[in-house]
Design a protein around this ligand. Sequence first.
Ligand SMILES: NC(=O)c1ccc[n+]([C@@H]2O[C@H](COP(=O)([O-])OP(=O)(O)OC[C@H]3O[C@@H](n4cnc5c(N)ncnc54)[C@H](OP(=O)(O)O)[C@@H]3O)[C@@H](O)[C@H]2O)c1
Length: 380
Amino acid sequence: MRALILNTSTKTVAVETTPDPKPGPKEILVRVRAVALNHVDYMNTVKPLATQDKRVVGSDFAGEVAQVGKDLDGIDDPRVKIGARVAGFLQGANSVNERPGAFAEYLVVDFDLTWLVPDGISFERAASVSLCGVTAAQAVFYRLHLPSPFWESGVLDSQAGPITVFIYGASSSVGFYAAQLVKLAGKASGKEIRLIGAASASKHALLKEPPYSYDVLVDYRDPQWQETVRKAAGGDGVQYAIDAISQGDTVYNTDSVVQAGGKLAIFRAPAAGGFDMAKIKTRTVFGAVWEALGVDVQYHGGIVIPANEKARASAAAFYKFLSVSAGPNQAVLEPNPIRIMPGGLENIPIDGFALFGAGSKAYTDHRRPVSGEKIVFTVG
Ligand SMILES: NC(=O)c1ccc[n+]([C@@H]2O[C@H](COP(=O)([O-])OP(=O)(O)OC[C@H]3O[C@@H](n4cnc5c(N)ncnc54)[C@H](OP(=O)(O)O)[C@@H]3O)[C@@H](O)[C@H]2O)c1
């Protein structure tokens, strides 16, 4: 098969031919039809963790089941049928392990770490959901513990009045999915949740409409935005906050709108995000999406993220929920806006990674800066 392969000594990626993967007993072989880019895909090309000479890179994918592992015969699940349309993410070259990534014509994955894509959702749109969708689900249900329609019930800290949730970076991929999941938490609990967001003013019209339906939006470039958020939450600040950017001052600013006893979810560790946990007053929860894979992940800075069976079980429950609760033409999570890039795998380093790196300043139309959208490539 053809795959996008990282050469760890030159820190470059190129399409090369490599043997087709074979599914293990509980895995499915997926013919990849579309992939989406995440920051980590670029970062691990320029700062490889892998020690092997060559690695297949990439995380988010969507495609069709081409073969199923021998232990999956007779399992009553639509995701183990040949031709089933599925999506998910792999860890790829984002660690020192041997697991290949998703930017390839074929990949293997545990069937329960994929979700069934409704017929009316294109592979390109479906490819944009999994990694950031699971990241958002971990924050909303697994770490902040809001009431969930698929995971052990959360506890709402306040029983009186509407619950207030603030999302900083509402037009990021993590932010788009977090808002939808907060709405599901409201439905699951029957409680009113007041959703407040910070995003560019240019995204406010989109974010006021379903499925996001923010009650209040502020422009993160307005110097008074924190004041506006506190007022909108009744003066003391919000009960729950999600900083979907988690970069330097964004963490301190988001912390400043949380009321005493509230909770904050962040997505970068202090060293990577350039902030100091000692300066944050709110109970703060952080975790890496890779915990969803249920295997040890050796990561940047010599850190090992240990295999976490509970995190894997919550991701599998989330994927099952996405699979069984969708309509024929509608996904449970509306995929965020996508930009389909020209070309296939070979164009990822040319057009895709250029958008994340410092290299390209000469933007043509498809290379304009990423803003409130996912960058997607069709495969094959
Ligand atoms: N912990 C984990 O496992 C995990 C998993 C996934 C992602 N992440 C991290 O989560 C963050 C978000 O990832 P993503 O893929 O969702 O990002 P993304 O979709 O690429 O976010 C881009 C959007 O963020 C907005 N933005 C950029 N800088 C901002 C700032 N300073 N303040 C407010 N908004 C800003 C921009 O909005 P405008 O264009 O409208 O200005 C842009 O549309 C990244 O830091 C990523 O590394 C962590």
